[in-house]
Write a protein that binds this ligand. Structure first.
Ligand code: SF4
Ligand code: SF4
Length: 133
């Protein structure tokens, strides 16, 4: 870099506004596609574990028998893979960022609806066929 270019860069930096945002002093810019945090509607979750399998950081843990769904916010990188994979659309990506955490924690646990019970097979019309001898 020549001395001329360096002087130009220094002068530009001296008299221009900082490129970084003053967050949290100034609120972050939020758009309709901002990825803030994952939210679940527990009533719609069938505990199929697809979100857990798709999560690249193992932030989600689903226990179908216990009907529990939990997320570790400290592990979540807000990639939205779980939201895209959920077959019941019970996961959504909220645009609001979570407040900063200063201690370990951030695990949110929910009791969900769980797997759907299978309906018993309907008896054939006219009753069951007699057994052959
Ligand atoms: S949140 Fe969606 S993908 Fe995850 S277990 Fe529940 S229904 Fe399945
Ligand atoms: S947004 Fe990405 S990292 Fe966060 S829980 Fe979903 S899949 Fe995992």
């Amino acid at each position: 870099m020549s001395i001329f270019q360096m002087t130009k860069t220094v002068l530009k930096s001296l008299f221009s506004r900082p490129a970084t945002l003053m967050y949290p002093a100034k609120p972050a810019k939020i758009t309709p596609i901002t990825r803030g945090h994952v939210k679940i509607d527990p009533a719609k979750c069938i505990a199929c574990r697809l979100c857990q399998r798709k999560c690249p950081t193992q932030a989600i843990c689903v226990e179908p028998k216990e009907k529990s769904w939990q997320i570790d916010q400290m592990r979540c990188i807000v990639c939205s893979a779980c939201v895209d994979a959920c077959p019941t659309t019970c996961l959504t990506m909220e645009t609001q960022h979570r407040p900063a955490m200063t201690a370990r924690g951030g695990i949110e646990k929910y009791t969900v609806a769980g797997p759907k019970k299978k309906e018993p097979a309907a008896a054939p019309a006219g009753g069951a066929a007699p057994a052959k001898e």
